[in-house]
Write a protein that binds this ligand. Structure first.
Ligand code: ADP
Ligand code: MG
Length: 248
């Protein structure tokens, strides 16, 4: 039996709202989001700057609390967990690639990548070995594996951030602009790797991106504007057709 036909829901958001600040300076970043991502799918989120993409994935990943509505990951709702349960669930189940990479400057590429494994008790040598393996899959050599972030290019740092989000085999990977600092070839290699992981292991992947070169890797594309999802498409062609009023 394969998992292919199971309809397990990886992420479910209902009526999700998020307001930053209070009173006159309040910003409504999410104005009622309903979204479902089944396991085994790659969902891309596109839309103009300021439309709420980063806010949405931060709530989904449990980094930010919503103001209203509900959100669950593999049927677990962060609102129903205490801090300890939340930290553990998030650490084990979710990998997050931040737009700003968030690498620790005093740790090497392999050590940065190994963090999720070390936090949950892997032995140092095992964790570093596993981290090195995944970095090599995305084009690192021995020297790069042992380099500090400051000695790596932006694209290499981005690859470390992606490797760190995948190393502990989380069931949900959430990426904010994962290919922004990468050339076309490397961007594709990484998307292929992420996509294979998602499909083969019935995991789910949410990618926020402006990079139209990687749209083809999506199973679904959600277009956001002003805190809302204004369209859900099965392919980039469908999105482009719907977006062009002359072309129904
Ligand atoms: P995107 O990722 O699509 O560019 P964001 O989720 O970062 O959008 O932002 C959505 C809106 O919320 C924007 O108007 C932004 O200025 C505002 N915003 C984001 N983060 C904060 C914050 N920490 N405090 C106040 N406003 C914020
Ligand atoms: Mg953003």
């Amino acid at each position: 039996m394969t998992n292919k036909n199971t309809k397990e829901i990886a992420v479910k958001c209902s009526g999700l709202k998020k307001t930053y600040g209070k009173g006159i300076s309040a910003v409504q970043a999410l104005r009622g989001i309903d979204l479902e991502v089944p396991a085994g799918q790659l969902m891309m989120i596109v839309g103009p700057s300021g439309s709420g993409k980063t806010t949405l994935i931060s709530v989904i990943a449990g980094i930010l609390d919503q103001s209203e509505g509900s959100c669950s990951v593999f049927e677990h709702d962060f609102k129903k967990m205490n801090i300890g349960q939340k930290t553990r669930f998030r650490g084990e189940t979710i990998g997050f690639v931040f737009q700003a990479f968030n690498l620790i400057p005093t740790l090497t590429a392999a050590e940065n990548t190994a963090i999720p494994l070390l936090i949950f008790g892997s032995k140092w040598n095992d964790a570093i070995g596993q981290a090195g393996e995944i970095l090599k899959k995305i084009g690192f050599d021995d020297r790069m594996v042992n380099s500090f972030p400051q000695d790596l290019s932006g694209g290499q740092q981005q690859r470390v951030a992606i490797a760190r989000a995948m190393v502990h085999n989380p069931r949900l990977i959430v990426c904010d602009e994962p290919t922004s600092a990468l050339d076309h070839e490397t961007g594709r290699t990484i998307m292929e790797l992420l996509r294979n992981i998602t499909l083969q292991h019935n995991r789910a992947l949410i990618v926020v991106t402006h990079d139209s070169r990687i749209f083809e890797f999506a199973d679904k594309i959600a277009r956001m504007d002003d805190g809302r999802i204004i369209g859900l498409f099965n392919s980039v062609e469908e999105m482009n057709n719907k977006h062009n009023p002359d072309n129904k």
